[in-house]
Design a protein around this ligand. Sequence first.
Ligand SMILES: [Zn+2]
Length: 272
Amino acid sequence: MKPESQMCPFCGKNEEKKISSTLRFCKKCKIIFNTNHKSLSYDRDYFIKEYKEQYGKTYIEDYGNIYNLSLLRLERISQFIDLSYRLSLLDIGSATGFFLKAAKDKGVETLLGIEISSFAANYCRDNFNINVIEASFEDLDLHKRFDIITSWFFIEHCADPLNVLKRIYSMLNQGGVFAFSVPSFFGPMFYFDRVKWIVTHPSDHRIDLSPRSAKRILKSIGFRKVEVIKSGYHPERVLSKSSIFYKPFELFYKKFTDKTAFSDTIEIYAVK
Ligand SMILES: [Zn+2]
């Protein structure tokens, strides 16, 4: 029998197609999984140094953008649950707490974060006065229920994402909302720049979903309603901006991505 890392983390089988030496497409679940997944540590260096190398400023300096994005995500959550009630919210992988701070400002009453980095957990406690459990969600035994659970780019890091999704479902109140973001292979990078997609695939990511596979998996766990939207918008990854066809193409691309969530990253809103 193959080792666990070689099996699809959702169906446990290995009816697969090779994408690269380490990446496999499960024909049954229609997801991509990484057979060489490694957990990395996320501490001060990630929020300061590594983030800056990628985005030109530190995570802390990017507060304004992340806060505004958080408000947008809360707006979307409010389409599924009335934020004016006295709600509880758990953010898994809460980082320095910028999303929690936005939720607090929007009136969510009870807030809790789970964060593995002590630097980030302390930052949230000290600056926003919001409670954070410093732990890995996968090792944590938390017997609490919430109205909203969020996890922004967290699930893909988990060695056993199915178990994590099932636990999240069990921790939600009936009618509660699970909102999260995740990389999607149903996007321009995978289809139009496959080599780059493979070369830059993070080794600490176990899975890549697609809008369809995400819906199917979440419904099989028990979620009643699942909506998937694009999280990024990059027409230039399909056609160069210098092309004379770019303008008409972009009009079409916007409509297409609105309808299909074709994007390298997606946001998912699931109601229990
Ligand atoms: Zn599978």
